[in-house]
Design a protein around this ligand. Structure first.
Ligand SMILES: *Cc1c(COP(=O)(O)O)cnc(C)c1O
Length: 341
């Protein structure tokens, strides 16, 4: 894989750390669980979109764009990181935010990622849930183009073959790190949504013949749809990288049993997982993606899906900024004094 053939902004803090989570592993009495810290990629509190945006925003710059547009849910981490990249490039950023949850909570609608979008100088407009958001975005982009702007549009989650290059590269990075410390990785687990992370990882792992199974924990779509989205994007990404045909349908595995009521609605197991990671490992997960991914991982460990001599790598995709849009879900309100037990 020769990534230098593509324009790229080397802004991510790489390689991200690969660390054991010993207190969590001991508590769960299962396999040894490691964490790959893609929550610490460095752009505006970090997260997985940074690796994609290194390629996407370099392409925007190469095309001479002066306005970048993207879309996502109200608490989109991707929108926030796009706003951050645009700020650093001196580009305007306009975001379409879809109301997928119907929440009226002022923190959900104005704090967390929304606050950071505006802090980075982005503009935004809302849409009700259920529209074809990429089509909505193209309509608005056309309006800007007729006004003479050079617009670069990024699909939701930055998930197209250009963005997925970032995760093909991450696969190579992870395997190199594991080799350097004689770590045999038996499985990688992460939250999967718009599919770019999983698709890129699969392409990278296949291209270097790593033979490491990958499990995506879904946060929105049902299993057949999620796997189809990941597979189609992986096929296109492999073609872009110059290695067509390396991805097989059976390489794509998603478990969508942990979505709960829907996208962006935290489940009790998700909130519990966030508290476990915070209290055992001082790691901040998020209520939309990594918390559900971790809830899936924890449940699978408890149900004996992995043997105790295995090494599982949990890819932490970030998202902690969204915690401040979801403080109500944890029910910690009340007096500042919290009695010791
Ligand atoms: C976007 C996102 C994901 C999902 O990644 P996809 O590439 O969209 O599948 C996971 N975790 C966090 C925190 C995210 O922001």
């Amino acid at each position: 894989m020769h990534f230098s053939r593509f324009p790229r902004l080397h802004w991510a803090h790489l390689p991200t750390a690969l660390e054991p989570m010993d207190r969590l592993s001991e508590t769960l009495e299962g396999p040894r669980i490691w964490i790959k810290r893609d929550d610490c990629t460095g752009m505006s509190t970090g997260g997985n979109k940074t690796r994609k945006l290194e390629f996407l925003m370099a392409e925007a710059k190469a095309q001479g764009a002066d306005l970048v547009m993207t879309q996502g849910a109200t608490q989109s981490n991707h929108a926030r990181q796009t706003a951050a990249f645009a700020a650093r490039l001196g580009m305007k950023c306009h975001i379409l935010l879809e109301d997928r949850t119907g929440s009226k909570d002022p923190n959900y609608n104005g704090n967390g990622n929304v606050f950071l979008d505006f802090l980075h100088g982005a503009t935004a407009e809302k849409r009700p849930g259920g529209l074809d958001m990429n089509a909505e975005m193209e309509t608005v982009a056309e309006r800007f183009r007729t006004q003479g702007r050079k617009v670069y549009t990024i699909p939701g989650g930055g998930s197209n073959p250009t963005g997925a290059l970032g995760y093909a590269n991450a696969a190579m990075e992870l395997v190199q790190q594991a080799n350097a410390i004689d770590l045999k990785i038996d499985r990688i687990v992460h939250a999967t949504g718009s599919a770019g992370t999983q698709a890129g990882l699969i392409v990278g792992l296949k291209a270097i013949n790593a033979n490491i199974p990958l499990l995506g924990i879904g946060v929105r779509a049902p299993k057949p749809k999620q796997e189809e989205n990941v597979f189609n994007l992986a096929v296109a990404t492999a073609e872009k990288l110059g290695c067509p045909g390396i991805v097989k349908r059976e390489d794509v595995v998603a478990n969508t049993d942990y979505v709960g009521e829907g996208y962006g609605i935290p489940t009790p197991a998700c909130l519990k997982a966030i508290e476990m990671f915070a209290r055992l490992e001082a790691i901040l997960l998020d209520p939309v993606y990594s918390g559900k991914g971790a809830a899936g991982l924890i449940d699978l460990v408890k149900s004996g899906a992995f043997s105790s001599d295995e090494n599982i790598v949990f890819l932490h995709t970030g998202g902690a900024a969204a915690l401040f849009g979801y403080t109500d879900a944890f029910g910690y309100d009340g007096p500042v004094d919290r009695a010791a037990e």
